[in-house]
Design a protein around this ligand. Structure first.
Ligand code: ADP
Ligand code: ASP
Ligand code: MG
Length: 421
């Protein structure tokens, strides 16, 4: 007997019919003798609709009320899931974040979970109940409803799994696992049977939205085994792992040691809507970079790639970096308004970049991945604007219109394409 936390994403609970199908997966685990807790997202599209209403009400709304509104989607699906489970003969009740309670800090819209009290959940599960918990939300030290940021239900699920000391956390979604790249862009993408936490962390932070970054971070820190699988599969089908051994289908996110064959490149990711900003002729003094990025941080703007170059005159430098397209205007305003604090000649920038990355733990021990990546892109005539690397990834910024082409080219180049069946 195991203790499992299962999470269903938006498409898996998009209609009452879909909730019924998801509930059958839960019932299968309960019937097999496992203790189960469920975490749900809002119905697909619901959170976007709620965000739209808040912005329509006032573009300069109070972040606490934003959270009060957008957290409501999960309350609906939690209640519906509990009803459907009860109807199937599984004892169940819903829990809103505050009822658990799932405590968070007070960064509304991007709150962090600080603590989950497992007492009630634990007691219910031991007594054969299935608690259904709203994902994406918690309660602040000031007793206000908070939300964890888009895609946050993954994080709720991992945090609940850690709190109740679950053996596994199953993330049910609309794909049957983690693929070598987004299967919607590259139909030849392959499902991985296992992926290491480190690689998954890079892939999530580089644009593979199948798991939220913080969920992977938390799973890695708390040693929660994560399984990504599809809710669209027949709940009554035999549970068989992708390699044919009895077990569970999907992709297991686990420690690197559990993975026998280490790929040099295991995945390719894409993040669109990246804006590039360049400050030219910046005074080359100590503290300049701190002033520039401090100004942006004060505005809550997250900067991604950064490149600094010494200019021809030797006294000034050029600094280029990227921010999300949605933060571009705010960043330009902040830098132009910084006055004396930052001395520079000119500022230029453009929206519409795409960051394409290759990820793999094998890069640690293999030289030449970056250069082969640049060659593969050059062969397709794609110009590289910026480059960043880390131990297990190489990223380039390119024009958004070549994004899909680049992802497909790299996927083929590194031998990741599925062989024709
Ligand atoms: P949920 O609503 O269940 O949380 P998401 O839409 O957040 O689901 O995440 C699942 C989606 O992630 C898939 O439909 C797929 O298009 C996308 N995706 C991006 N990169 C990958 C990848 N490498 N492997 C699998 N899915 C990916
Ligand atoms: N419903 C929230 C969102 O759409 C949280 C989630 O689905 O993970 O972002
Ligand atoms: Mg998601």
């Amino acid at each position: 007997m195991a203790r499992i936390v299962v999470k269903f994403g938006g498409t898996s609970v998009a209609t009452v019919e879909r909730i019924r199908q998801a509930a059958r997966h839960v019932k299968r685990e309960v019937d097999a003798g496992h203790e189960v807790a469920v975490v749900v997202s809002a119905m697909a599209g619901k959170t976007n609709e709620l965000v739209g209403w808040v912005n329509e009400a006032s573009p300069l709304h109070d972040a606490r009320e934003y959270d009060a509104v957008v957290a409501s989607g999960e309350q609906v699906t939690a209640g519906l899931m509990a009803i459907v489970l009860s109807e199937m003969g599984v004892q169940s009740r819903s829990f809103a974040g505050w009822q658990v309670p799932i405590r968070t800090d007070d960064s509304h819209g991007a709150a962090r979970i600080t603590d989950i009290d497992p007492t009630e959940l634990d007691a219910r599960m031991k007594a054969g109940w299935v608690p259904v918990i709203t994902g994406f939300q918690g309660i602040s030290p000031h007793n206000r409803i908070t939300t964890l940021g888009r895609g946050g239900s993954d994080t709720s699920a991992v945090a609940v799994a850690a709190a109740v000391k679950a053996d596994r956390c199953d993330i049910y979604t609309d794909v049957d696992g983690v693929y070598t790249t987004d299967p919607r862009i590259v139909p030849k993408a392959q499902r991985m049977t296992k992926i290491s936490f480190e690689e998954m962390l890079e892939m999530a932070s580089l644009g593979a939205k199948v798991l939220m970054i913080r969920a992977v971070e938390l799973a890695m820190a708390q040693k929660v085994r994560l399984l990504v699988r599809s809710s669209f599969e027949d709940p009554d089908a035999p549970q068989v792992a992708p390699d044919g051994t009895p077990g569970v289908p999907g992709t297991l996110v686990c420690d690197e040691d559990e993975i026998m064959e280490k790929q040099i490149v295991s995945g390719v990711t894409l993040a669109k809507a990246e804006a590039k900003i360049t400050l030219r002729e910046v005074k080359d003094n100590p503290g300049v970079a701190a002033a520039i990025f401090g100004t942006l941080a004060d505005q809550g703007i997250v900067v991604d790639m950064i490149v600094q170059n010494i200019a021809d005159d030797g006294a000034t430098t050029d600094i280029t970096f990227t921010v999300p397209d949605s933060e571009y205007d705010k960043a330009m305003r902040a830098l132009k308004g910084a006055g004396e604090k930052i001395e520079y000649g000119r500022i230029t920038g453009a929206k519409g970049g795409a960051k394409v990355s290759v990820v793999g733990v094998g890069m640690r021990s293999h030289a030449g991945v970056a250069s082969s990546m640049f060659k593969a892109l050059a062969d397709k005539g794609i110009n590289i604007q910026l480059i960043t690397t880390s131990e297990i990834k190489t990223s380039v910024l390119i024009d958004e219109q070549y994004a899909e082409l680049a992802v497909r080219a790299l996927h083929t180049y590194y031998g990741l394409d599925k062989k024709d069946e």
